[in-house]
Design a protein around this ligand. Structure first.
Ligand code: GLC
Length: 642
């Protein structure tokens, strides 16, 4: 039994116990494991005093938690896992690009309800440096609200109202680094040794050079190298992302203890899911790439085990955009099993969907998905077609080679296809962080622009417009029906195009990810009901898909996805099933031509009668012994109940 199951048991067995008693029970349940992990990271001989500090801090952290949230914690751990429900659909947004501020967002909650969205990921709203700040991922505080978004009261009013409406909130915890304006960084710059040890700082290049031998570069174009010389401090400081983002030194236990406090303060604002930003980078070791190290898992698990004691209803999301085999480990392995993150981004599915669109073939998609180990039962994915960041081609070369394609050429083709290097491609993406030495690069662009809508509108090509709309709907139809929480990037629900205005902003123009972070088009939204245009077609189709998703238990995540092979290389087929309820077969055509599939390949969904497509509401169209599929069509097939 893992800790989460133990806590469920305790909460149900001691229903009438006081909240203090429950806290103590949780602490005694987790204590051995907390101790074990703490001393694995911070050897007992040297750091036992810090262990005592940590344990004596937990009761006061618990006391800080508002009683309403303490109550909710108990309900959450005794209920079924809410984050695996078919009833959940998410949206990700920058508050200032969506509704100016938090108050404006609260006024717009009915917009989400209209679409069916009930889970929000707000991009960082914490204070940040005035100039460049990586969209707020350079933090000056972990739990305050930046003035531009309003006040702490506005946040509390928002979370209150969201709770009353049954909505969930996810916020970032930028655990890997602070900004160079964070109070610890300022003290370090002023010469305070204690705080210099909160970061990786060095008087000369010897250690940085040793690190650099194995560290890759995250932003090679705008921020090459992994260290920055700070003139005030007269020391080199590790800055893996941008120069103004200082990596925290978690090999110092004081950093862990203080960051735990920051985390608790953050979640006490009414946060349901914490997005652990860039967590793969949280432990560094010379001689390694310093990503996904075993210590990272121990560290995250330590955060989790403490959070289970203090705020057990809070769920963690791993923002680990790494190789598929590495992503899955953030759900917890061995003694960390069930004690790490409940949710992770399905970056593998995301990247492969883009591969299938460009190649019009699903071979690589199947090959990779089949090779993924099964995730633990208590975990789930976030399924998305794109987010605020770039799209990286994060699948492994050997799978490409095994198909008989040349991995290097294939990657080049994908970059060319999406980044306007192939004349016939309808895509209007931009290249991000292209490294001519390795040929590596990533892709930016809004989904509609990447899928050809911008190009089709410019050319006023009706057929191409319809084709792009179909692609947008098909890809969302997949994320809505795959195992996990679908997450829509705000604006994609009305097919918003690339936003080039970032080029006029000094602090943004070097970062083409801003092209895919448009300002929400409320004007288009006011006319959705009266106009029949691409915005309304996409919006109402997504609304329809969401409604159907919520009506079917089969879409809840119980590791219930079964891939169906098919000799037709353009189709992608999978079944979602659920005990004692009807299964659903999802069938998609990634080709721009109509395709046919043989009835026999659809298992029990290939019966000549009694099958309905939930999306169109029509019975399955069968011609002879085959099912015709229109270009970019998606079907959600179900047996018609007698
Ligand atoms: C995550 C964020 C990204 C940010 C980076 C550094 O990957 O998604 O936007 O640049 O972390 O904080």
């Amino acid at each position: 039994m893992n800790q989460a199951s133990l806590h469920k048991y305790i909460a149900s067995k001691y229903q009438n116990a006081s909240s203090k008693k429950l806290f103590e029970l949780r602490l005694s349940t987790n204590l051995t494991l907390i101790k074990d992990l703490f001393f694995s990271l911070y050897p007992e001989e040297k750091y036992s005093i810090f262990f005592d500090t940590l344990i004596s801090k937990l009761p006061s952290l618990y006391k800080e938690r508002p009683s309403e949230l303490q109550q909710q914690d108990i309900e959450r751990i005794t209920d079924e896992n809410w984050y695996q429900s078919e009833g959940l659909v998410g949206m990700q947004l920058y508050v200032d690009h969506f509704s100016d501020n938090l108050e404006g967002l609260r006024q717009r909650l009915d917009y989400f309800q209209k679409l069916g969205v009930n889970f929000l990921h707000l991009m960082p709203i914490t204070p940040r440096p005035k100039g460049e700040n990586d969209g707020g991922y350079a933090v000056n505080s972990y739990h305050e609200v930046d003035q531009r978004f309003g006040s702490k009261e506005d946040l509390l009013m928002l979370t209150d109202e969201m709770r009353s409406k049954g909505m969930y909130l996810m916020l970032d915890f930028v655990a890997n680094h602070t900004s160079n304006e964070f109070s610890w960084a300022k003290k370090a710059m002023a010469g305070n040794l204690k705080y210099q040890n909160y970061y990786y700082t060095y008087p000369d290049r010897s250690v940085p050079d040793a690190f650099e031998k194995h560290l890759p570069e995250i932003f090679p174009v705008t921020s090459p190298g992994n260290f920055t010389f700070n003139h005030k401090m007269k020391r080199w400081v590790m800055t893996v992302f941008n120069e103004y983002q200082w990596d925290l030194n978690y090999s110092n236990p004081q950093v862990f203890i203080e960051m735990l406090s920051n985390l608790v303060k953050l979640v006490n604002n009414g946060v349901d899911v914490v997005r652990l930003d860039a967590l793969a980078f949280m432990w560094k070791k010379i001689g390694t790439q310093s990503q996904n190290l075993p210590e990272v898992h121990m560290l995250i698990s330590l955060f989790k085990l403490c959070l289970q004691v203090v705020a057990p209803g809070v769920v963690l999301l791993a923002e680990a955009i790494v190789a598929p085999k590495d992503i899955i480990r953030y759900f917890g392995n061995g003694k960390m099993s069930g004690n790490e993150c409940e949710i992770a981004y399905n970056a593998t599915l995301m990247a492969l969907l883009w591969d299938a669109i460009a190649t019009k073939k699903t071979i690589l998609l199947y090959k990779n998905l089949r090779s993924l180990p099964k995730k633990p039962n208590e975990s789930t994915w976030i399924n998305y077609i794109r987010c605020h960041d770039d799209i990286g081609l994060g699948f492994e070369d050997h799978y490409i080679d095994e198909i008989g394609w040349d991995a290097k050429q294939h990657r080049k083709f994908l970059l060319d296809y999406y980044c306007q290097n192939i004349e016939w491609s309808p895509s209007k993406g931009q290249i991000f962080m292209y490294n001519p030495k390795t040929g590596d690069g990533r892709i930016t662009g809004s989904s509609a622009s990447l899928l050809g809508l911008e190009d089709a509108l410019e050319k006023n090509d009706e057929q191409a417009i319809e084709e792009a709309i179909d692609k947008v709907i098909m890809l969302h139809g997949i994320t809505m029906s795959y195992t996990g929480i679908p997450l829509i990037y705000a604006g994609d629900e009305i097919g918003m195009l690339n936003d080039y205005s970032y080029l006029n902003d000094e602090n943004k123009k070097g970062d083409s990810r801003w092209v895919n972070r448009p300002f929400h088009d409320w004007k288009a939204i006011t006319t959705l009901e009266v106009k029949n245009n691409y915005q309304s077609k996409i919006f109402f189709s997504l609304q329809h898909l969401i409604r159907i998703r919520k009506e079917h238990r089969a879409f809840a995540d119980h590791n219930n996805v079964i891939l169906y092979d098919n000799p037709n290389p353009h189709v992608f087929i999978y079944e979602r099933n659920y005990p004692n309820s009807q299964g659903i077969l999802v069938v998609c055509n990634f080709d721009h031509n109509a395709q046919i599939i043989n009835l026999d390949t659809l298992g029990s969904y290939g019966l000549p009668e009694g099958i309905e497509d939930l999306i169109s509401g029509k019975t399955l169209n069968i011609t002879g012994h085959t099912v015709p599929l229109m270009p970019y069509e998606i079907l959600w097939l179900k047996h018609i109940a007698n």
